[in-house]
Design a protein. Structure first.
Length: 222
């Protein structure tokens, strides 16, 4: 169905805003790395459940992983960890909506990185859509009373860098899905998601276990 992308995008966007807001609240008790880890640690079981449902509905086996798919997904997973950490750090310095405005330069950067890494060409219509969507987010998120509230070098740099890394993560996951070449696009995307979350969970759990074990304990308490 050609319109399914719009349904998935609206659902994902709503969930993403709610998730980011809840993660922001966790930074006060868990710190930036701890709040970042929550996204991956507790997302993994749901991704596995969804993959199981997809396998049951399609009757297909788990696609065979290959080195190209693993490389793309690993790069995406690590970029997403860094992007999330930068986003939460920026939110500590500026309001949620202002930080969102900076980070949502991501669509423009996705188009640039997609062309550079995957050869994805953007049509004139798609370029216009990207500009309109990005301008809309900036307009809605920008402070209406005091413009000086919006700009500060550190939050701006953190927010834009976060958007760049999220863009790289998006391109990496797309590269992983394409390299997997699964017979069903939902199966390919879900398999890539599970692998990405597993990598992120292992990396951050190991880091916290070695460098900051109290935060790892605090995550489960929270």
């Amino acid at each position: 169905m050609p319109w399914l992308w719009a349904v998935f995008t609206v659902m994902a966007s709503g969930g993403q805003v709610l998730r980011n807001a809840m993660q922001k609240e966790l930074t006060a008790t868990l710190g930036t790395v701890g709040a970042t880890h929550v996204r991956f640690l507790f997302g993994l079981p749901f991704a596995i459940i969804f993959l199981t449902l997809v396998l049951g509905a399609t009757g297909l086996p788990v696609p065979e992983l290959n080195s190209a798919m693993i490389a793309w997904t690993t790069a995406a997973a690590l970029a997403q960890i860094a992007a999330t950490a930068l986003l939460l750090a920026a939110m500590q310095a500026r309001s949620f909506v202002v930080t969102t405005a900076y980070a949502k330069t991501e669509p423009v950067q996705v188009a640039v990185f997609g062309l550079a890494f995957l050869g994805d060409k953007v049509t004139a219509g798609q370029s216009l859509a990207i500009v309109v969507a990005t301008a809309g987010v900036l307009t809605m998120s920008w402070p209406k009373t005091d413009a000086s509230e919006a700009f500060s070098w550190k939050p701006a740099a953190l927010g834009i860098a976060s958007g760049a890394l999220f863009a790289i993560a998006a391109i990496g996951y797309r590269g992983g899905i394409l390299a997997l070449a699964a017979p069903n696009f939902v199966l390919g995307a879900t398999t890539t998601l599970v692998l990405g979350l597993a990598i992120q969970t292992v990396v951050l759990t190991t880091y916290l276990a070695l460098a900051d074990r109290p935060v790892l304990v605090a995550i489960f308490r929270a």
